[in-house]
Ligand binder design. Structure first.
Ligand SMILES: *[C@@H]1O[C@H](CO)[C@@H](O)[C@H](O)[C@H]1NC(C)=O
Ligand SMILES: *[C@@H]1O[C@H](CO)[C@@H](O)[C@H](O)[C@H]1NC(C)=O
Ligand SMILES: *[C@@H]1O[C@H](CO)[C@@H](O)[C@H](O)[C@H]1NC(C)=O
Ligand SMILES: CC(=O)N[C@H]1CO[C@H](CO)[C@@H](O)[C@@H]1O
Length: 376
């Protein structure tokens, strides 16, 4: 696959030749994955003619912007937040997301003090000198209504009852705003990592108390465990990276989350659907227990695909998934790169994700060709 991808990149560099070979087609231009050569936990939103991307740098909050969803080689970069040392949020800044709520932008992210100290116990069999115990959720607020020119300041820690919390996201519903994040049962129980929901009164304030917090999903299925179907050491079973997805035709509300474990090939996407009226009622959610809805494609060396976010093509007509994956399933977290693919919808309104791969794929509909030699 490496050879193939390299060859395609080379052809793209030649640009003109690739474009000329398909001049009869109206959407002949193609791109290949990855769209960013290194990175994890990508999050993308489209606003005012630009795509804004956040991802895990671990040391700060950096925002990229590009007019092109699948070409970030000329993206601009903005350092939104560089945490001071010695705080509970100084290290391991993970999975930032940039949300536009009530004319301000909120960056919701995970962080911890002192680099996940104590160091990881062997195979994370921790009872209890456990890494990750101090991970918490934090929120930055923009100074104005523009995500790029704004400055960002730390607004608040999100209340997770002084318990493990990672990968938090906002869930918007007619009944209000919610925080959905990866949680443990208790402060010192460690894995499995579940999905929890709490109600918010504003983007930086959790209103629910611990009794009201609800667990929406527990990684009980074989495909949610690592290795697949593992019956012992459930500490390596994870539900994380939750992300709201709305079917624009039917209005169906989903939470697409990542399952299994992010450092290996089994990482994949699972699906919850809100089938009732109240996100705080766990009986109002339906879990797709049958298997991952987006998962490794060994035939194309696309492994560990997960931690997705969703956006649309420049003209708004297509749905796109932006996710990370690895070509080498043995190198762990460092092998992750950022990818994007178009997806559709099944007859029952659920998302219909493609098989993960490297392309070449047609560029997103409405991609601006001007100023890009290879996309005439
Ligand atoms: C830092 O985190 C610890 C453990 O959760 C907590 O006890 C302490 O109050 C926090 N410090 C601040 C300044 O919030
Ligand atoms: C949580 O909030 C509910 C509703 O306000 C209240 O009835 C309950 O006593 C609270 N629980 C705790 C532990 O504070
Ligand atoms: C297309 O790209 C050109 C050159 O970067 C830019 O001037 C123009 O505003 C863009 N048009 C749209 C619709 O994004
Ligand atoms: C370079 C390129 O995109 N070539 C494509 C042109 O269109 C034909 C037919 O659809 C494809 O097979 C090529 O891959």
């Amino acid at each position: 696959m490496a050879l193939h991808a390299a060859l395609i990149s080379f052809i793209s560099l030649l640009g003109v030749a690739a474009a000329q070979s398909n001049t009869s087609s109206s959407n002949a231009a193609t791109y290949t994955n990855p769209i960013v050569p290194s990175g994890a936990d990508p999050w993308v939103t489209r606003y005012g003619g630009y795509y804004y991307m956040t991802y895990t740098t671990a040391t700060d909050i950096t925002i990229l912007r590009s007019q092109d969803l699948v070409d970030w080689s000329n993206a601009e970069s903005k350092l939104a937040f560089d945490p001071p040392a010695g705080q509970n949020y100084s290290t391991d800044l993970w999975a930032p997301e940039l949300h536009n709520i009530a004319d301000r932008w909120y960056v919701i992210f995970t962080a911890d003090p002192n680099n996940d100290s104590p160091p990881p116990s062997k195979d994370m069999l921790c009872t209890f000198s456990c890494p990750a115990v101090n991970h918490r959720m934090y929120v930055l607020e923009s100074s104005g209504s523009d995500p790029w020119t704004s400055s960002y300041t730390l607004k608040s820690q999100l209340d997770t009852y002084d318990q493990f919390a990672i990968d938090g996201t906002y869930f918007r519903h007619t009944t209000g705003l919610y925080h959905i994040y990866s949680c443990w049962y208790t402060a010192y129980e460690s894995w499995p990592a579940n999905l929890c929901i709490t109600k918010m009164s504003d983007p930086w304030t959790v209103q629910s108390n611990l009794t009201e917090r609800q667990i929406l999903s527990v990684p009980t299925n074989p495909w949610e465990k690592t290795p697949y179907g593992r019956t012992e050491n459930i500490r390596l079973s994870s539900n994380e990276g939750p992300q709201q997805l709305t079917n624009p035709q039917t209005g169906q509300q989903f939470v697409i989350y990542s399952a299994a474990r992010s450092d290996n090939r089994n990482y994949c996407l699972g699906q919850l659907e809100l089938i009732g009226d109240d996100p705080m009622n766990n009986q109002d959610w339906k879990k797709h227990n049958e298997g991952c809805i987006f998962y490794q494609n060994a035939l194309e060396s696309a492994y560990g695909v997960g931690h997705a976010s969703f956006t649309t093509s420049p003209d708004g007509t297509e749905n796109w998934i932006v996710y990370h994956g690895m070509e080498n399933p043995y190198s762990g977290w460092s092998a992750r790169t950022i990818r994007a693919q178009k997806f559709g919808w099944n007859a029952d309104g659920t998302p219909d994700f493609p098989r993960p791969g490297y392309g070449p794929y047609a560029v997103p509909s409405g991609t601006n060709a001007t100023g890009k030699g290879m996309r005439v």
